[in-house]
Design a binder for this molecule. Structure first.
Ligand SMILES: Cc1cc2nc3c(=O)[nH]c(=O)nc-3n(C[C@H](O)[C@H](O)[C@H](O)COP(=O)(O)O)c2cc1C
Length: 172
């Protein structure tokens, strides 16, 4: 077992936390001029069903930080297993992340990624300081579900979701 006590070496801490496997989302919004923004986020989590609340957190160093901090709505595309290239694109610093990406504006007026596993339209209801991130709580106003398996992220890599009974038994 590898153990460390605070203060931590950031890379080791990231590796340990990265053992926790997640789905992958692209979170999108518009600024007051109508310009669209989006970033890849795996900090997404369900909070409550009644009322329907979700959360995600954004690095204060993200280019789109000031836009998400002041927006009152955002959309979440829960990426499907064939969309790791979309995840990589929205995690990059390129200028027009939306260029060439199949986008649906009809779902909620904000751009969402076509072909994803599920989509949420959220009202940004509160935000909390979370160290080098800000945590956002969103109230789900609308959702839709597709029939594709979700993209999975764990250990710093993209993974594929399969039922446990289909997996080969691990050695040892
Ligand atoms: C799988 C994955 C998950 C990520 N999750 C988050 C996240 O939850 N919050 C965050 O702020 N950045 C996250 N990032 C990093 C952002 O996507 C990345 O910094 C992006 O360039 C930010 O976009 P922006 O600079 O246009 O705002 C993640 C990246 C990857 C590849």
């Amino acid at each position: 077992m590898l153990s460390q006590q605070a203060p931590f070496e950031p890379r080791s801490l990231r590796q340990a936390l990265g053992v926790f496997v997640t789905g992958v989302t692209v979170i999108t919004t518009r600024d007051t001029t109508g310009k669209v923004y989006g970033l890849t986020a795996n900090s997404f989590s369900t909070v409550s069903l009644e009322p329907p609340l979700i959360l995600w957190s954004q690095s204060k160093r993200a280019g789109s930080y000031s836009v998400f901090k002041s927006t009152d709505e955002f959309a979440i595309s829960i990426l499907a297993e064939h969309q790791s290239d979309i995840s990589t694109r929205f995690a990059s610093a390129i200028d027009d992340k939306f260029a060439g990406v199949a986008i649906d504006d009809a779902f909620c007026g904000l751009p969402v990624i076509e072909g994803s596993s599920a989509w949420l339209h959220c009202r940004s209801v509160s935000q909390f300081d979370g160290g080098d991130h800000t945590v956002y709580i969103g109230e789900v106003l609308k959702f839709a579900r597709g029939d594709r398996l979700p993209l999975v992220f764990g250990g710093g890599r993209y993974l594929v979701a399969r039922p446990a009974e289909e997996a080969a038994p691990s050695q040892g």
